[in-house]
Design a protein around this ligand. Structure first.
Ligand code: PEP
Ligand code: MG
Length: 324
């Protein structure tokens, strides 16, 4: 079965009629790079840097600089999207003092925490700005809910640049800055954000839980938690539309980016970048080439006429089985 994927090796990932969809890699540490360089991914769509902060040893600016530089240098044809620290929620770190919360996923996490702990955040931003001299890097903020948060985070980048300049330390002044769209607030405000940010990446893992108010870790409500829900699909559509109108790139980097059954909907909605664990790339690439863009758009239209996630899933499963 695996061998059929070989037929597409070396060809760009595209629909049957040649509409390209870039497949990028998700990584959590530098060890993952070994698999990325062996894969067809040219870029990293999501580097979850919080894992660096889970070790007992604090990764200071110098240590982070070396890591980001090393990763960027391994992607000569592409770029690395460095997501700034996303601690909180279900992820803890010995380097942050997070009080016990009743609702950690609705609490002090991601960009909220970083805007409160500016010393740690700025060390990371400085490391990224400096590494940007050695390769293509993009900065991505997690858990953005308001335009103000984005402005505040951008302001901290400007402060870091000023500091580096006055210290005569080399840095890249032109690093693109984007956001994860993973809160309903960010999706609703996508038209406004699209005028301010350089790119969007849709984090479906969180977008699903926040859209449906269903904790992604809670088994009792896991029947609610689904990227097939029409509210989630419409939300992704809104974000893709805002990105298109404002001419900025948009990707999906949550787990559903690798979901072959949802793939025609994403392509039909205008998504042209998907970021996933590299192990899924060959099968997603295969599934992508089985249909034309027009077929994907027709599937999208059918899905928009369905109001129940189970109906959507059943329909999409039926359509994808027709190809096998
Ligand atoms: C997401 O929320 O979809 C995402 C990619 O981020 P994480 O899974 O790390 O929260
Ligand atoms: Mg997330």
């Amino acid at each position: 079965l695996k061998n059929k994927y070989k037929e597409l090796e070396g060809l760009p990932a595209a629909t049957k009629d040649g509409e390209k969809v870039e497949l990028m890699a998700n990584i959590g540490n530098t060890e993952d790079m070994e698999f990325v360089v062996k894969s067809e991914a040219k870029s990293i769509g999501l580097f979850r840097t919080e894992f660096l902060f889970m070790d007992d040893e604090y990764p200071d600016e110098e240590k982070q600089f070396k890591i980001y530089k090393e990763v960027a240098e391994k992607l000569p044809e592409g770029y690395v999207t460095i997501r700034t620290i996303d601690i909180g929620g279900d992820k803890n770190s010995p380097h942050f003092d997070i009080a016990a919360e009743d609702n950690p996923f609705l609490g002090y996490r991601g960009i909220r925490l970083c805007l409160g702990e500016t010393e740690i955040f700025k060390a990371q931003l400085r490391a990224i700005l400096r590494a940007g001299v050695y390769g293509s890097i993009k900065i991505m903020f997690p858990m953005i809910a308001t335009v103000q948060e984005f402005m505040d985070a951008k302001e901290l980048i400007e402060e870091c640049k000023k500091e580096l300049r006055s210290e005569s330390i080399e840095f890249n002044d032109n690093i693109p800055v984007g956001i994860m769209v993973e809160t309903p607030a960010a999706a609703i405000m996508a038209d406004a954000f699209a005028k301010l940010v350089d790119f969007f990446s849709i984090g479906t893992n969180d977008l699903v839980q926040y859209t449906l108010a269903a904790d992604r870790m809670n088994k009792q409500v896991s029947y609610m938690y689904s990227a097939y829900d029409p509210a989630v699909i419409r939300s992704i559509g809104m974000v893709a539309q805002a990105a298109k109108i404002n001419n900025i790139p948009v990707s999906i980097c949550g787990e559903s980016a690798a979901d072959k059954t949802l793939l025609p909907v994403f392509v039909g909605l205008g998504i042209r970048h998907l970021s996933m664990s590299v192990s899924f790339m060959p099968e997603v690439k295969w599934a992508l080439h089985l249909r034309s863009l027009a077929e994907d758009e027709a599937i999208r239209d059918e899905v928009f006429g369905l109001y129940n996630k189970d109906d959507i899933k059943e329909y999409l499963k039926k359509v994808s089985e027709m190809l096998h």
